[in-house]
Ligand binder design. Sequence first.
Ligand code: AMP
Length: 504
Amino acid sequence: MNSNFFRNIFNKAKEAGGREFLQAENGEIYTYHDLLEVTGRYASFLEEIGVCPGDRVAVQVDKSPEAYFLYLAVMRMGGGFLPLNTAYKKSEIEYFLSDAEPVVFICSEKNKFEYIDLISTHVKLGAITLEFNGTGELCENSKKYSSSHEVCQKELHDVAIIMYTSGTTGQPKGAMLTHQNIVTNAEALTKLWEFTEKDVLLHALPIFHAHGLFISTHCVLLSKSKILFLSKFDKDTVINCLPSCTAMMGVPTFYTRLMSSTSFNHDLVKNMRLFVSGSAPLLEETSREFTERTGHTILERYGMTESAIISSNPYHGDRKYGSVGKAIEGVEVKIVDDFGKALEFDEVGHVQIRGPAIMKGYWKKPEKTKEEFTEDNWFKTGDLGKKDSEEYLYIVGRHKDLVITGGFNVYPKEVELIIDSMPGVKESAVIGLSHADFGEAVTAIVVLEERCNVEAEEVISFCRNELASYKVPKQVIVYTTLPRNAMGKVVKAKLREELSTLYY
Ligand code: AMP
């Protein structure tokens, strides 16, 4: 049996034939038949220039239908796809190229020129260009190749994608995702979120991250439905497109931006059946306001590069505000204390996960891999959370963000929720900063609503009424925005760095 996930896609695409698969922002349509043609040509071309099954193909290109087909083509020919954030600069690219040792690097003409020394040192077959509008050497040179490339034979444990973690808390590590990981997640989500041929998914996520690259798109492929492929999230474009869509997957900032528009209302989303949010915490307030505005409850789910989706609120049934739902099929979730002992409901501890959807390990980092898995194969997510009596999971924060002040543990989320509930406060981030007396001092960074004036002292006294004294921020600093990465996650490491001398 061939366990290459592209085999599943191939079969679905054959069945779907001339049905529409992808509509680009400029209106251009690609059918499932086109998907087979284009991926076949790219796969034949890559093989012809010397890319072999198992080789890594590094890709740093703008989002386009061609860039997405390239991902599928690499899978088809049995390679390992290695997507890189388009925001990475030369020194970061050097790290990825030297660490991942790709045989070929697909990038823009501009970057091919700028990185010429890196490419000649680290990339055996050199670079091939692909531009934001789909032009370049990949498309030009693959034109003359056959589209009938065989789907390469793969085992379940073979690596399909090497996806580097976003590195908000250290150097990025390459998570090796196998065909088994991918198929487990894709089948579970397509079923859970009830994707059918009738769906049209609005896709405005970047495709260098798991969420946009495969969590969302595989649901479309397995259900033979259609994807509206926008080059990026632009509030007005999304608002124009929503009436012709049935589902959308996004990060929390998509939803806050949509709601900042007065034209975003009930009528626009009449055809929608599903709004999914993930990759970063969704504020309860955003979620409630969204329900009031649209009549839809955003379905929040939780995942990470190392395992794609871990838990999801139900499609039918109770979607609990503030919770990331229950473990999905193929994933077990438990909460343990510092010594690995399982905790009771409502007790906060480390979130550990196990199952066929969890990555094989970190690329070229066997020691790190060993550290992150327990002996009985539970993966330590690095997140802190709790489960309620109905098995719904709540994420409290990253373990590395936990603040230890005067020997007491403070979970930033708990303090953030209190601060966020204050009138005039838009959002907040709570961090620990070095402090001579306390070890770490709880510190809040607060963003205010437009035209609101809330003094630091008011935030502190509000917290005093609601929280044990050791959890009350020692200082409150007002920012105009919080630093976020491409997936909308607050980069607390940056805040810690910027404010490192606050108490000295
Ligand atoms: P990444 O590997 O970039 O996808 O980041 C994974 C991390 O994002 C997780 O370990 C969580 O800390 C965080 N995360 C993802 N989804 C959620 C969510 N729905 N709520 C809270 N945190 C989330």
